[in-house]
Design a protein around this ligand. Structure first.
Ligand SMILES: Cc1ncc(COP(=O)(O)O)c(C=O)c1O
Length: 334
């Protein structure tokens, strides 16, 4: 239940990358056969990644992941979809605004969006979005960690972040991680092929999960937009308890979840995303992100629905705030 943090590598992706970890070990910049074999694999993967977002292959800069792709410096940047609550932002509308400003003389105004959570979970089309740059990470797409890409619209000139080699059209020097790129390309092709089915599957499982939570647990609040939301995330605030306590309790029963994002875990601060929704500190501290994947099953959801109410109940029994609320409710009822 933590597919927003990362996803298991698809068996088909492992099969595709294995030859590039063994006999096909060439450097794509080498002129000989080994090099050309690796170059062809990188180019094939680049085409698959481009096709996933309706871009051209030469608009894709392959790199190490979402964090590296997000390191741009002068631009408007708004996430395509939030990683804690899944809310989808109106990038196409912002894109229209940016184009109008550009037509009015603001020549150097670029729109960047972080598409890391959105990719493989909603259709992503750079032409419809009107963005100039879009960050992607393979490990949210059932490929390994450490590879990703930045889409760069052909009208944008980027200063290279890594200098020293001519790779990636002089935008990112350094020998390509061929097997990882092949994995990313394969994952992109599979995501494109299976997108509709994956969305329908995750949406159905989330509905089952949210219906079960609503039925079995009192004092819960679902965070984020209910309509404009990625299909795989359900962010829930459980009143009267600390999210960290619930996370540890669920972990002991084999259920992996997050409070906030994986990159900010370890911070004791309540989630800034939930606070920005105006929920207040108590609900921000009591929030948990459940995130479903393409391989999550009905049985997985049912198991969570079996252990979660018990875990919440046990923690609430220890909570003075909950006991006080129960007492106050009883008085009001009388
Ligand atoms: C929205 C978002 N952007 C960027 C990243 C970072 O990507 P990477 O781990 O590939 O650096 C993540 C998650 O890790 C994310 O959820």
């Amino acid at each position: 239940m933590d597919n927003s943090a990362t996803t298991p590598v698809d068996r088909r992706v492992v099969e595709a990358m294995m030859p590039y970890l063994t006999e096909k070990f060439g450097n794509p910049s080498s002129v000989h056969f080994y090099g050309q074999e690796a170059r062809a694999a990188v180019d094939r993967a680049r085409r698959e990644v481009a096709a996933l977002i309706n871009a051209r292959p030469n608009e894709i800069v392959l790199l190490s992941g979402g964090t590296e792709a997000n390191n741009d410096t002068v631009l408007i940047t708004v996430m395509l979809a939030n990683n804690e609550i899944g809310t989808v932002q109106p990038i196409a509308e912002i894109g229209t605004l940016v184009r109008e400003l550009r037509a009015g003389g603001r020549k150097y105004l670029w729109l960047h969006t972080d598409g890391v959570q959105a990719l493989g979970r909603m259709p992503v089309n750079v032409e419809t979005l009107g963005c100039d740059l879009l960050s992607m990470s393979a490990h949210k797409l059932h490929a390994p960690q450490g590879v990703g890409a930045l889409y760069v619209r052909r009208s944008v000139r980027l200063a290279p972040q890594n200098i020293g080699g001519h790779q990636e059209r002089e935008r990112r020097g350094g020998t390509e991680a061929v097997s990882m790129i092949v994995a990313f390309g394969t994952a992109a092709a599979l995501a494109r092929e299976e997108l509709d089915a994956r969305i329908a599957h995750m949406r159905a499982l989330r509905a089952r999960f949210e219906a079960g939570v609503t039925e079995r647990i009192s004092d819960v609040i679902f965070n984020g937009d209910t309509e404009r939301r990625l299909p795989h995330i359900s962010n829930v605030s459980f009143r009267f308890i600390e999210g960290e306590g619930l996370l540890i309790n669920l972990d002991m029963q084999g259920v992996a979840v997050s409070t906030g994002s994986a990159c900010s875990s370890g911070s004791l601060e309540p989630s800034p995303v939930i606070r920005a929704l105006g929920r207040g500190d108590e609900l921000a501290r009591g929030s948990i992100r459940f995130s479903i994947g393409k391989d999550t099953t009905d049985e997985d959801i049912d198991y969570v629905l079996e252990v979660l109410p018990r875990a919440v109940e046990n923690l609430r029994r220890l909570s003075p705030l909950y006991q006080q609320a129960i007492a106050e409710r009883a008085c009001t009822a009388v």
